[in-house]
Structure formats: C-alpha cells, structure tokens
Design a protein around this ligand. Structure first.
Ligand SMILES: [Zn+2]
Ligand SMILES: [Zn+2]
Length: 274
C-alpha cells in the first residue's frame, strides 16, 4: 500500500480501500492521481472510435455494447483515480467484472448461428449474471480488493482460454495475431501493475532523483491502464473477427484486417487481377 500524501486536495481524504503508488494531489489540486487518471484515455478514446467503426464497417450492433463497457470501465477508473473516493472505486471495479462477463458471453456465442432471440445462450447468460451479481453483493458487504482482483482475474483467464479455443477451431491468422498482441500486452501490463505495488518506495526514490519531465513515465500503474486497455480493446476485435470467421458465407470476397496502427478492423476487397 502506498503511503498517503500529506497534501489534501479538492476531493478530501481518500475513502477508497486502495491507494496506489502515485502520490496524491502532487500535480493538481483537483486530481488526486494525475498520471493514473489521464492514462485512462487509453480505455476511453479507442472504445469510442471502436463504437463509431462498428457502425461504419457494418458489424453486428452488439459489438457497440462490448466497446461501450470498456468505455464505462475507463470512465470509472478515471473517476476513481481522480477522486480516490470509495463510490468511484466501485464505479471502476464493478464494471470491470460485469464488462468482462459480457466479453466472455460474446466470445461464447460467436460460433452460434445468428437468430432473433436476445440471448442465444440463455443458460450461460444466467450463469454469468448470477456470478457477477453474487460478486457485487458480497463485495458491497465485504470490500476486500483481493475478492475483486480474483473475480476479475478468473473472467479474464476464461476469456483468453475461449480465444485459444476459437483460434484452434478456425485457425484464423488475424485472430491469432490479435490474440498474441493482446495476451502479451496484457501480461506486460500486469507485470508493471505488480512492480508498482511491490517496489513503490523504490519508485518514489527513483522519481526524486529524476528529471520532472521523465518521472511521469515511471508511473507504472498508469502504464497498466494503457496496456490492459489496449489488450481488452483487441479482445473485442477478436470477438468481431471470430464472428466473421464463423458466419462468413462462401461468396464473401471481402477480408477483415487489422489496420490503423492496430486500432482499426476494416474490410478489404481483394485486388482484381487483370
Ligand atoms: Zn487503476
Ligand atoms: Zn479471425
């Protein structure tokens, strides 16, 4: 646990059950943890772009919801690190679990043929809703961060296992590439998240000896937001691409490729040979 800064800011004393390594109100009176806050832009801007692209590229509209849930986590995390208030911590942590549940659901149903029912796998939808509701109820009564980390972690592991299974079934190269980038980015972010927690006093002394221009780059929790945000954004892409892999017709000539420096998934028509 990070030592609380002596400086009090706009939002008053922190009431959250976790205070991260970044010193509170060091940069701005209105933002408790400046770099841990602004790094959430990586969980806000890409999903906004992703939502627009779902419409532009004509993907199934439910993928807007997947991007939207990542956006909610980004906004919640922004509010949490900006205020360090318990209510805002819940705004970050509860959507992490609910949002990952929805991702697990979406990954599970890409193989199913499209139908008009709201839930093509009702049993799984109920299981995930029961899991997330139980977590929410227990966590509200017993706000142990480890419970949230474990519940979220289990869902993330399930989502990666589902992606491995989808790649195994279809052998899609694009999905494989998306998966490798997503998994390695996520693991690297998680490694930094741990370093930030374990070596916090060392990071503080390192920052004191560094130039103020470079020291923000040592805010490893902020880097976690960037890497985990991007990894999750790519997981939505895997969902979209797998959906295409399983549902494309024989006459489909277009191909869905990763582009825009890894932030876009777009249709490409094969060049006609003359
Ligand atoms: Zn955070
Ligand atoms: Zn694919």
């Amino acid at each position: 646990m990070a030592p609380h800064s002596e400086i009090l800011g706009y939002w008053g004393p922190p009431t959250a059950t976790i205070d991260w390594c970044e010193k509170n109100y060091e940069v701005n009176f209105y933002i408790a943890e400046m770099y841990n806050t602004i790094s959430n832009l990586m969980m806000i801007v890409p999903p906004l772009w992703g939502m627009i692209e779902v419409i532009n590229q004509g993907f199934e509209l439910r993928f807007i919801f997947c991007h939207f849930l990542l956006l909610v986590v980004g906004l919640g995390s922004w509010a949490f690190h900006m205020t360090l208030l318990y209510e805002m911590q819940l705004f970050d942590e509860l959507p992490m679990v609910w949002g990952t549940s929805v991702l697990v659901y979406c990954l599970a149903v890409v193989q199913k043929p499209a139908n008009n029912r709201m839930f093509s796998n009702g049993r799984l939808a109920i299981c995930l809703a029961v899991f997330s509701s139980s977590f929410t109820a227990v966590y509200l009564l017993w706000p142990q961060p480890l419970l949230q980390h474990a519940s979220y972690g289990v869902l993330v592991l399930i989502s990666f296992a589902q992606e491995i299974n989808l790649i195994r079934l279809k052998g899609c190269k694009v999905c494989k590439k998306l998966f490798i980038i997503s998994l390695s980015t996520y693991l690297f972010g998680f490694f930094l998240w741990n370093l930030d927690k374990i070596f916090c006093p060392n990071l503080h002394s390192l920052r004191n000896s560094m130039s103020p221009v470079l020291s923000p780059f040592t805010q490893l929790h902020g880097w976690w937001h960037c890497f985990a945000g991007y990894a999750t954004y790519l997981q939505v892409f895997i969902c979209i691409h797998s959906n295409y892999d399983f549902k494309k017709g024989k006459k489909e000539t277009r191909k869905l490729e990763l582009c825009q420096m890894g932030f876009g998934l777009r249709w490409f028509k094969p060049e006609k040979s003359l």
